[in-house]
Design a protein around this ligand. Structure first.
Ligand SMILES: Cc1cc2nc3c(=O)[nH]c(=O)nc-3n(C[C@H](O)[C@H](O)[C@H](O)COP(=O)(O)OP(=O)(O)OC[C@H]3O[C@@H](n4cnc5c(N)ncnc54)[C@H](O)[C@@H]3O)c2cc1C
Length: 373
């Protein structure tokens, strides 16, 4: 049996970033079911830091996380965690009202430029003429998810923490103030505190521990990659998103990637791209841009897992001592990970609350799991 102060279930960005932050004060072991870290959602994302998704709370978590991406701690990484990529949200004439509303919401968090048709096409020449209005945030960041995951792992290990891969937690018991986690291989790990950062499986992990689930909903999202038209200046292209949740695309490793922004309910699983959403991505790309999707180079899908109010959950379960929830990161889990890790460390280690603009109650799992009166 291996003992620690804190066991973290899940070697995605949520689990690894929290583990790295917690390892400053405690001996932490991360248990990951797969043989490699970031195999599920964290390795399948669009890797953007932007404000065009979520609401005020998500934007505040994103804003609080940006300094970490721009200036990671000493020794965290040898390579940049990301690079600048402008974010363009574009609209047709009839969608102008929605663009105005988004502009007023985002402008509290980022410096935006309002673009007319000429400005939209200067920034993104691939768009069709009907994209007549836009807002641009020139300070978007395209993250390197590998560097982010590895940096957190490196920090964890440098502070005497450990990662065990290929260890799917299969049984969870609480005995005399200690959680005992048994993996599918029969190995046993114990600690007084466990962090449930199991992504799409977080409700399943709660059930294993006899803890009431939050009602998490995993939703599948699909991405395809394909060639850009010859002569396209890929490096200059933005992350371009329709004002409605219909399509986004951006340069990706010498090609383009695009998503139809699907949200198909799914069981927790190794999500696969389905033909319908792959075809929808290509169709919408051709509908909104002048690009012809001749051949799809690659495709993948991942799960974005939401709580019932679409805000993440971070906090101790009201119905189980020492059981900490870190779940429901939806479509913003990478870009909010430094702030969420700081929040988890503060709530578990009893340190100062790091975000004055956000209350712990707003993230508390207790908002879904009420104690009987
Ligand atoms: C197509 C797509 C685009 C996205 N775009 C963005 C974006 O631009 N910006 C952004 O910030 N976010 C984006 N996201 C969202 C982001 O990827 C997620 O919010 C984030 O990766 C969630 O991290 P996680 O650690 O909670 O989950 P995961 O990465 O899924 O990690 C959970 C881990 O728990 C492990 N696990 C589960 N059960 C057990 C068990 N019993 N025992 C041991 N281990 C277990 C799993 O194997 C898994 O590795 C996108 C997601 C998708 C799918």
């Amino acid at each position: 049996m291996q003992s620690a102060d804190i066991l973290v279930i899940g070697g995605g960005i949520a689990g690894l970033s929290a583990a790295a932050a917690l390892s400053d004060h405690a001996r932490v072991i991360v248990l990951e079911a797969e043989e490699q870290i970031g195999f599920h959602s964290s390795g399948r994302s669009a890797t953007m830091v932007h404000y065009a998704l979520g609401d005020r709370l998500v934007r505040a978590l994103t804003l609080a996380s940006r300094p970490f991406f721009e200036n990671p701690p000493e020794g965290f990484t040898d390579v940049p965690l990301g690079h600048r990529m402008p974010v363009l949200v574009h609209a047709r004439e009839e969608e102008r009202g929605a663009l105005d509303a988004l502009e007023s919401e985002i402008s509290q968090f980022a410096a935006l430029e309002r673009l007319d048709a000429a400005g939209v096409h200067e920034l993104c020449p691939l768009l069709r003429e009907d994209a007549g209005h836009g807002i641009a945030d020139r300070n978007g960041i395209r993250l390197d998810p590998h560097a982010l995951l590895q940096g957190n792992l490196r920090q964890l290990k440098s502070r005497d923490g450990a990662l065990s891969t290929g260890q799917r937690v299969a049984a969870i018991e609480r005995q005399a103030g200690t959680w005992r986690l048994t993996t599918g291989k029969g190995d046993v790990y114990s600690a007084p505190i466990m962090v449930n950062a199991a992504g799409s499986w977080a409700d399943h992990v709660a059930r294993l521990a006899g803890v009431r689930p939050l009602g998490l909903e995993p939703k599948r999202r699909t991405i395809i990659t394909f060639d850009a038209p010859p002569g396209t200046k890929l490096d200059a292209l933005p992350f371009a998103k329709t004002i409605g949740d219909e399509l986004y695309f951006a340069p990706e490793s010498g090609r383009l990637f695009a998503s139809p922004m699907d949200e198909v309910p799914s069981e927790p699983c190794d999500a696969q791209a389905e033909e319908y959403e792959v075809a929808l991505a290509a169709f919408r790309m051709e509908e909104r841009t002048t690009v012809k999707v001749e051949r799809i180079h690659s495709r993948w899908a991942g799960l974005r897992t939401f709580t019932p109010d679409k805000h993440p959950a971070a906090g101790f379960a009201p119905d189980a001592e020492g059981f900490f929830w870190l779940a429901g990161q939806g479509g913003f889990g990478l870009q909010t990970s430094p702030a969420m890790a700081g929040i988890a460390a503060s709530l578990i280690s009893g340190g100062a609350w790091p975000l004055p603009d956000i209350s712990p109650e707003a993230l508390s799992p207790g908002r879904f799991v009420r104690q009987p009166a």
